[in-house]
Design a binder for this molecule. Sequence first.
Ligand code: 0O2
Length: 218
Amino acid sequence: VAMEQLNTIEKDLKRFLLSYRFGLEEVMTKINILRQDFQYIHDYNPIEHVKSRVKSPESILKKINRKDLEISKASIKENIRDIAGIRIVCSFISDIYTISEMIQSQKDLKIVECKDYIKNPKPNGYQSLHLILQIPVFMSDGVEEVYVEIQIRTVGMDFWASLEHKIFYKYNKDIPQKLIDELREAAIITAQLEKRMEILNNEIERIKQINSTDNKNR
Ligand code: 0O2
């Protein structure tokens, strides 16, 4: 009987996570449409690359414990809003807001929360724009509303976050003060460099525009 119960729990969990995989695929389709249509219209791609993942059962449990929440399907559904996660990496900060606005204006998506860690970086220096959405997934026996988290960041912010993530786990969350200070400074320098690159890029685009109108008038 115990084995049968275990099998039922496992099947239930797999199907629960499957609904998030479907939600993720729906949002990924939307992002691909935006990417291709934007490229077609503006001859410019605001997205460098996109990654997605469904959180593993171990990480879900870890997060539930970290937040000191009840271990139940209902509690996981309501409180762990990044089971389905998408990370969009862009070249420039302006691209982040362009993409965010295009996503937020889609009427079939419910925007639950927008956390702007670019305007308000975390004390450790972390920067990114987080959107929490809710999307209906039509399963064979009914509709499931699932949360999807989209993290939108620049290449530099992504580079910083993966390094910080590695250090955080290496030191088992007890990072020496010197490293904490250096990480915060690195985040500031990264942001400054990216702003300069964006100004340069705008200048290049401006010259391109002038040249193309000159050519047309010739
Ligand atoms: P993992 O391992 O990347 O999946 P809250 O808003 O407090 O209820 P939550 O969901 O932690 O809770 O919100 P938040 O702060 O928006 O963080 C969600 C995710 O953003 C994290 O997921 C990380 O992926 C990323 N993130 C947030 N803060 C940091 C940070 O300081 N450094 C790095 N490297 N990433 C960060 P997980 O589940 O914590 O981690």
